[in-house]
Structures are given as structure tokens and as C-alpha cells.
Ligand binder design. Structure first.
Ligand code: CP
Length: 304
């Protein structure tokens, strides 16, 4: 049995196959409508979510399956002190596959050790968010036709943004990808990513605080929210939260075929005026999230 805890557990070939399946689902949804008939997905969300939870649930319904679960820790027996391990052993008796979000880094990995059904990490603290990365990769692949030779700018909270951490790992495996890491000093990517991924693999990257200066070279601009929930004090958050606000005038020198992505939710970092720009791709990205999660559920349940 396989789980998905970290995107780096998947080979490039496995990711290509998932993207291929997702594209086929988009083109031929009727072929997949009954593939998970009789199967149940449990969504265990110990942290808030709109897109990840609902896209998993929509994905399972569109495959003909059913869904059960909870959307906050307080409505589960975690509020009475039950451990993640016991919760997982319990839910494994009711469901065929589990998508789990937890504020503690590593909690889905601990869960996978005790589970008799596949576990999908739907976000663990400031660590990883592999299914958002699959969503990002499907979007980039559909918009750009592949991943090689792209210059990708990641902007905002690169320290706590788990989607950024997973995406850098995933993109590091393609040819001649260049990273432009745009953040204030306090929100730079963690040292372990710099040493273990970027430097170890001799990847091209630059760190800068200047979004507008970086703009002309970018093929992808991946904007992120400053992660309020990961800050230790409100003052630091208030000081950093509006470090970057993407407005139409800041796109003046951007490439015509730039694609602007954002895992969402957005707070203030992309002005709504940018939504009308044809390069804004974040709501298309939301749609893609459901299709890649359908492909992932099929793979982990070994449905042909
Ligand atoms: N991108 C993402 O994880 O969104 P949610 O927090 O709404 O699930």
C-alpha cells in the first residue's frame, strides 16, 4: 500500500502519469464517473481549509464514491485528547482512503505508520503540501507544455509557505529550471531547502527582495500569502503582511506569456484588478486541483 506524505516520494514518471490521467479526466469525465463506486474517502481536517478539503470531496463524488470526515479538530475526539494514531486506526475501519491536514509537521507521516488504508498529506504545518504541488504542476504543464527551462519566481512568505517548499522540491528535478526567490529577509526559504535541494543539486537560484526588478525574466510568478497562523507574535505579522501586493502596474515589464499562480487563499497580496489580466491563472489552478486529486485517488486505490 502506498501513501502520499511528501511529493519527493513520487518519481518524475509517476507525476507525469498522474498529469496524463488528470488531463484525460478533464477531456473525458464520463469515463471516470463510476470508477470509485462503493469506495469511501475520509477527510480529516484538523486545520481550516476550503480548496483542499472540498476539492478532495468533489473529486471522490465525481468518481462515484462517497465521503465522510470532519473539518475541524474541535468536532472530533481530538478535542478529548485522542491521539492521531488512534484516530487513524479508527477511521481506517470506516474508509478506504484518508486525506488529512494537521497543524503539526510530520503528523500525516506518523498517521501513515499506523494506517491500514492509504494516507494523503493534505498539508502539515509549515512543512509540505504535496497535493497542492500536484495541482501546481498540472497547471504549469497545461499552461507551459512542460517544466524544462522555466524561470519560476516564488514571492512572499517562503519561510512558512508549505506549498513553496513542496514546489521547489518538485521543480528541482526538471532540466534547467531557475528559481527567483523573492521575499523580505525574515521570510526567506529555510536553510535546509537551500542546502539540501538547491545547492546540493547545483540549481540556479537567486534571492532578492525586489519583485519588480525580477519580473521581466519570469515565466511563472508564484505569489503566496504571509502565513499569519505560523507567526509567534502579531507585531511581526503586521509588519510583514503587506510586503508584496501585486497590482497591474507591477506587471508592466512582465512577459506576455507569464503565468501568475497562487495556491490561495489570497489576503492582500494580489490586487483583485489583476484577476482580469489574461496571465492570472490562479482560479484555473483551483479547478485543476480537483482533477489531479481524482487522478491521485485512482492511483492510491489502484483503480484501473
Ligand atoms: N491551497 C490551499 O491549501 O487552500 P485551502 O487552505 O483552502 O485548502
Amino acid at each position: 500500500m502506498k501513501h502520499l506524505i511528501d511529493i519527493m516520494e513520487m518519481t518524475v514518471e509517476e507525476i507525469s502519469q498522474l498529469i496524463e490521467t488528470a488531463n484525460d479526466i478533464i477531456a473525458n469525465p464520463e469515463k471516470y464517473a463510476q470508477k470509485c463506486r462503493g469506495k469511501k474517502l475520509a477527510t480529516l481536517f484538523f486545520e481550516p481549509s476550503t480548496r483542499t478539503r472540498l476539492s478532495f470531496e468533489a473529486a471522490m463524488y465525481e468518481l462515484g464514491g462517497n465521503v465522510l470526515g470532519f473539518s475541524e479538530a474541535q468536532s472530533s475526539s481530538a478535542a478529548k485528547g485522542e491521539s492521531v494514531s488512534d484516530t487513524i486506526r479508527t477511521v481506517g475501519a470506516y474508509a478506504d482512503i484518508i486525506a488529512m491536514r494537521h497543524p503539526k509537521e510530520g503528523a500525516p507521516m506518523v498517521a501513515s505508520k499506523k494506517s491500514i488504508v492509504p494516507i494523503i498529506n493534505a498539508g502539515d504545518g509549515g512543512h509540505n503540501h504535496p497535493t497542492q504541488t500536484l495541482t501546481d504542476l498540472l497547471t504549469i504543464s497545461r499552461e507551459k507544455g512542460g517544466f524544462d527551462d522555466l524561470t519560476i519566481g516564488l514571492c512572499g512568505d517562503l519561510k512558512f509557505g508549505r506549498t513553496v517548499h513542496s514546489l521547489i522540491g518538485a521543480m528541482s528535478r526538471y532540466e534547467k529550471v531557475k528559481f527567483v526567490l523573492i521575499s523580505p529577509d525574515e521570510l526567506k526559504i529555510p536553510e535546509y531547502l537551500k542546502h539540501e535541494v538547491l545547492e546540493k543539486k547545483h540549481l540556479k537560484y537567486v534571492e532578492t527582495a525586489d519583485l519588480e526588478a525580477a519580473m521581466p525574466q519570469l515565466d511563472i510568478l508564484y505569489m503566496t500569502r504571509v502565513q499569519k497562523e505560523r507567526f509567534f507574535n502579531e507585531q511581526d505579522y503586521m509588519r510583514l503582511k503587506d510586503s508584496y501586493i501585486l497590482t497591474p502596474d507591477k506587471l508592466r515589464n512582465a512577459k506576455q506569456d507569464l503565468r501568475i499562480l497562487h495556491p490561495l487563499p489570497r489576503v492582500n497580496e494580489i490586487s483583485i484588478a489583476v484577476d482580469d489580466d489574461p496571465r492570472a491563472t490562479y482560479f484555473e489552478q483551483v479547478r485543476n486541483g480537483k482533477f489531479i486529486r481524482m487522478a491521485l485517488i485512482l492511483k492510491l486505490l489502484e483503480v484501473k
